[in-house]
Design a protein around this ligand. Structure first.
Ligand SMILES: [Zn+2]
Length: 494
């Protein structure tokens, strides 16, 4: 048994949960604040221990974590499709608004006296001034007001501003900030804001903390902003081999006027650059929710195509498609265009056409999503289909609730990002998947292969109620690369 977990030697564990539907808070009723019931679906898993390297692979397949819960949203059925986006930090150009927010904050921290003395005592050359007018140096501007970068031989700054990257452990100071934020920004009542809730979602993440390339830190961290000694803001970040993934950001009410959201996004992009993480992941882009569109203002953003595994530029063309369609996959759009050109040629030149091939050269991942599996024989008359637009293929069980209650295997739901069963079985021997029953006498004992379990042999990959079906669904959702790097966790829950 080889667990490909070389990055840190610790086991990565995932416990399959299954497809579930939930209420949606993005399209909730504005007047009653009631969440839309049963309108979003996701496939879920839990983890107690996960290598950042494995989480990176999951993230790049459309997964995300919330505390110890991992999930991949059903983009084709949910009311508000979630798209994984990322920003290549070195290509980022802040817009005027973003630059202004940062400059305003810096002026506030430094104060007039410090700034005057700085320009008198350390005058900038004409060439530097010209350069500064033409280009915006994000890293330099980000650090401009931080205490440790200040000149000490002039009038002290108006405020003392410090940034530190700390382990994601719980503290009363952090909880007090969280409480203030949830109460003022999310209008939550005291019953909703608990220490346990804060701990569960934002502290002690299941990601392993370790270093690669000697200096690159991986794992979950709290980026703490302290003004005059008080914790005024905090970003919860997952640092991964090629990602800074923003989990959450909270700020104190006294910071509201300084556009803290912009300041944090700029600072986290700067961290991405300085730490050599390459991409900044701001969480899902939800086009249908106006409040969430601000993420698209940090440009250029690339959107993960759940079908091809490729990243496409979020541009006006894609935005228009997102307005018109429920779910957008650019690889499908390209295939459709190609086939339309093909049929036109056929009409013009009287040559025969056939169904479009999946865009092979564009598929990085092992699923060519055009393989929409045939309905399983056990499907009955309750199976209904719908068409979102005239040119989209119909979706079986079109709502998350219908999909969940169909009791079909995940591999038969044609959910974007999930491997079709035939593809899975042709690339992976399910018998050799690692399974974990808990540590025996300490250490990482307790890892077996599926074929060692008695009930394994009698199950079928198309029966989600059998162990084999459950594990096949899981493997199809995480992909072959991840399944080989983890052990399926059947140890007792804590
Ligand atoms: Zn919604």
């Amino acid at each position: 048994m080889a667990l490909d977990d070389a990055a840190c030697g610790k086991l990565s564990l995932m416990e399959p949960i299954g497809y579930q539907c939930n209420s949606c808070g993005y399209c909730k009723n504005d007047e009653t604040s009631q969440r839309t019931p049963n309108s979003r679906g996701s496939y879920y898993a839990l983890t107690k221990s996960l290598c950042p390297k494995v989480y990176q692979m999951l993230l790049d397949r459309g997964w995300r974590r919330s505390g110890e819960t991992l999930y991949i949203p059903d983009a084709s059925r949910s009311c508000c499709p979630h798209y994984t986006i990322r920003l290549p930090a070195s290509d980022f150009t802040p817009n005027r608004d973003q630059r202004q927010a940062l400059n305003r904050w810096n002026r506030h921290v430094l104060g007039e006296q410090y700034s005057i003395e700085l320009t008198t005592k350390y005058p900038t050359s004409k060439a530097d001034k010209k350069k500064a007018n033409n280009t915006f140096d994000l890293i330099k501007t980000i650090h401009e007001s931080e205490q440790k970068y200040l000149k000490t031989d002039i009038h002290p700054s108006a405020h003392r501003f410090e940034i530190s990257l700390e382990e994601d452990t719980y503290s009363e100071e952090k909880f007090a900030l969280f409480e203030n934020y949830q109460r003022n920004v999310h209008k939550e009542g005291p019953d909703d804001i608990t220490r346990n809730g804060f701990r569960r979602f934002l502290c002690n993440s299941p990601l392993h903390r370790h270093k690669i390339d000697k200096t690159k830190q991986l794992g979950s961290y709290h980026q703490c902003y302290r003004l005059d000694g008080q914790l005024v803001a905090m970003g919860v970040l997952d640092l991964l081999p090629h990602a800074v993934s923003a989990v959450y950001f909270m700020y104190h009410e006294t910071l509201e006027q300084w556009s803290p959201g912009k300041l944090s996004a700029l600072r986290e992009t700067a961290l991405t650059l300085e730490g050599g993480y390459q991409y900044y992941y701001m969480g899902y882009y939800i086009h249908s929710c106006l409040k969430m569109r601000y993420k698209g203002h940090y440009r250029p953003q690339y959107v993960l195509d759940f079908i091809s595994g490729q990243w496409d530029l979020l541009d006006d063309e894609m935005r228009t498609l997102m307005e018109e369609k429920k779910f957008v996959s650019m690889s499908c759009e390209r295939a459709r265009k190609k086939s339309q050109t093909g049929s036109k040629m056929a009409l013009d030149g009287n040559i025969s056409t056939r169904a479009p091939e999946p865009p092979k050269d564009e598929t990085k991942r092992d699923n060519n999503g055009d393989d929409i599996p045939e309905p399983e024989p056990e499907q009955n008359e309750s199976a209904t289909t719908t068409t979102t637009t005239s040119s989209d293929p119909p979706i079986l069980h079109p709502t998350p609730l219908a999909a969940m209650t169909s009791h079909l295997p995940l591999t038969s739901l044609s959910m974007p990002g999930i491997l079709p069963l035939a593809n899975l079985l042709s690339t992976l021997d399910l018998d050799t998947i690692n399974v974990y029953f808990g540590a025996r006498g300490g250490g990482d004992g307790g890892v077996y292969e599926m074929q060692d379990i008695v009930s394994w042999q009698t199950g079928s990959p198309t029966n989600p109620r059998s162990l084999k079906g459950n594990v096949a669904d899981f493997a199809a959702a995480v992909g072959v690369e991840v399944v080989k790097a983890v052990a399926v966790d059947f140890s007792p829950r804590r």
